[in-house]
Each structure stands twice: as structure tokens, then as C-alpha cells.
Design a protein around this ligand. Structure first.
Ligand code: SF4
Ligand code: SF4
Length: 288
């Protein structure tokens, strides 16, 4: 049966939507970080951008309660299950004066998103996805001259940096992979939105995180397979070994060291075939 591509759901705000600081509108599809990530990962993956301009973690916006990140979360997850990797990058809009949240309240909002997502995934698919929690790019230094008139202040500038440490703690608490986008470049014109280079930087960091998760998953699955095959046990040669060498002749993995008595099995290479145990006349091979 043809292998299905893995689904990566990216839940974010205007920087996941791909809002262009100058002259406004949306970056072309090929320039958004979600597209770049998908291109770099190749055809084994589907990267789904779910970015909404103005979205917060868990706060209503004036006249737009639907920009509260909790509001559509379950429906969005339900539209894309099964999801293998869930990326969440929110918090910038929470820092602005209109929302008025403190850094701690923003982290609390992010925790609500993580918990709501976990609950939705538990109901809508068999296994929890891997979660990447990204702290967004911070508000730029020229926030006072931002073209987003009156939207930013020094509080937003400071909080957009303070949340980095709080998100890192959250990631640890909830077993997420933490990614820090605080070095990603934002426009000097509006101090909020990623430049083209910023999109490339975000894509590169996300790629690193996804590949690291995939490496961990592969190792965990190999370990699980081995544990299933052996019942968590391994073959070992005991002091009863007389050095006859019969086991060397039958081992398919060339994983027995016969330089010393007792012989020693290299557990990294052992294929758990049991041939050494069967052939040993001295009962020197044990499954432990
Ligand atoms: S067959 Fe048994 S006794 Fe002979 S070398 Fe191997 S482990 Fe030792
Ligand atoms: S169990 Fe098989 S692979 Fe492992 S050491 Fe014995 S003969 Fe070699």
C-alpha cells in the first residue's frame, strides 16, 4: 500500500498567513515559511498553513472574538486529522496594548492552546501528534515608527521578548519541542511582520525541529520493535563459555567478539536470532 505523507499543521497568526509588511497583502505562496518548509521536506510531507492575521493565543480582539486562538482550534484540527506534527506559533498579537496581557498571561494563554489541542487530538485521532512550540519573532526596534499606527508600544516590545523563557518552560512541562524564532528578521517598516529573509529563517528552524523529531521517532520505533522481538531481553554470554567458537560460525551479524573468554556479544549489532543460544553446547548463552 502506498505510504501516506505526514501532515504538519501550522497554527499561527499573520506571520504564518504570510502577511507582507510592504506594501501589504500576502507574500506569494512560494515565499511563505510554510511553503519553504514543505519544499525542503519533500513529498513525504504535507505542510498545512493555518495562519490568521490578528490571532491571539486565548484572548478576544475588539469586535473579533473569532481571532481568539481557542475559538476555532478544534474545528481546524478536525479538518486536518490525522496530524503527525502540530506546530503552534502565537503570542505577538497578545503583546499589543489593545489586548493588554502580561507576559505571564500570554504564556497562560499558550498553555490553554496546548491543552485544548491535546484534548481535541485525543478525541479526533488515535495518537497525539508531536508538538513544536515556537516563540515568535519579537517586535522590532523601530516599533515607535511602525506603520501599524498606535498598535505597538514599549510594553509590546518588552513582552515579545519576555515570553521566550516562559514558552521554553511550557514546552518542557508539556513535552513539546521548543523553537526560538527571536532571531528571525521582522520588517523595519512595521516592526511586526517577517521579511522574506525572516520567512526563510523561520522555515530553516522549523526544518531542523521537524528533522530532529523524525530522528527521535525513528530511534523510538527501532527500540520498540527490538523490545517486541525480544520481550525487552537480550542475549548474553556467561562465564560458562569455554571458547569453542561454535557461536561465531552461526552468528549472522558478526556481532560476537571471540578475542577473550567468555566471548562477548555486541548488543548494538545483535539481531536476536537466537542461533548462538541454540548452538552452544556449554549452555553459556543466556537470554536475560
Ligand atoms: S558456543 Fe558457547 S561456549 Fe562456545 S564460544 Fe560460543 S558461547 Fe562460548
Ligand atoms: S542472537 Fe543471533 S545475532 Fe545475536 S549474537 Fe546470537 S547469533 Fe549473533
Amino acid at each position: 500500500m502506498e505510504k501516506e505523507p505526514k501532515t504538519i499543521l501550522c497554527y499561527g497568526d499573520s506571520n504564518t498567513y504570510g502577511l507582507m509588511p510592504v506594501p501589504g497583502g500576502r507574500y506569494p505562496y512560494r515565499k511563505r515559511w510554510t511553503t519553504l518548509l514543505g519544499n525542503q521536506l519533500g513529498e513525504g510531507y504535507v505542510v498545512v498553513p493555518e495562519g490568521l492575521s490578528g490571532r491571539t493565543t486565548a484572548f478576544d480582539r475588539e469586535g473579533a472574538p473569532w481571532k481568539n486562538g481557542l475559538a476555532p482550534l478544534k474545528a481546524i484540527i478536525g479538518s486536518h486529522v490525522p496530524v503527525d506534527i502540530f506546530i503552534v506559533m502565537l503570542g505577538t498579537n497578545d503583546t499589543i496594548p489593545e489586548v493588554g496581557a502580561s507576559a505571564e498571561q500570554i504564556a497562560d494563554g499558550m498553555e490553554q492552546v496546548l491543552l485544548a489541542a491535546k484534548e481535541a487530538f485525543a478525541e479526533l485521532q488515535e495518537e497525539q501528534p508531536q508538538v513544536i512550540l515556537a516563540v515568535p519573532a519579537p517586535i522590532g526596534d523601530a516599533y515607535e515608527q511602525s506603520t501599524d499606527t498606535g498598535a505597538l508600544d514599549m510594553g509590546a516590545y518588552i513582552k515579545s521578548r519576555q515570553i521566550a523563557g516562559l514558552y521554553e518552560q511550557l514546552a518542557e512541562k508539556h513535552g513539546c519541542t521548543f523553537v526560538n524564532m527571536q532571531e528571525a528578521e521582522v520588517s523595519a517598516i512595521d516592526s511586526e511582520h517577517l521579511t522574506e529573509r525572516g520567512h526563510e529563517q523561520v522555515a530553516a528552524k522549523m526544518l531542523q525541529a521537524v528533522l530532529s523529531l523524525e530522528g527521535q521517532a525513528a530511534a523510538a520505533s527501532a527500540e520498540k520493535r527490538e523490545a517486541e522481538e525480544t520481550g525487552g531481553m537480550q542475549y548474553e554470554i556467561t562465564d560458562d563459555c569455554i571458547g569453542c567458537g561454535y557461536c561465531l560460525g552461526v552468528c549472522p551479524g558478526i556481532c560476537i567478539n571471540g578475542n577473550h573468554i567468555p566471548f562477548v556479544i555486541d548488543q548494538e549489532k545483535c539481531q536476536h536470532c537466537g542461533a548462538c543460544l541454540d548452538v552452544c553446547q556449554a549452555d553459556a548463552v543466556a537470554l536475560i
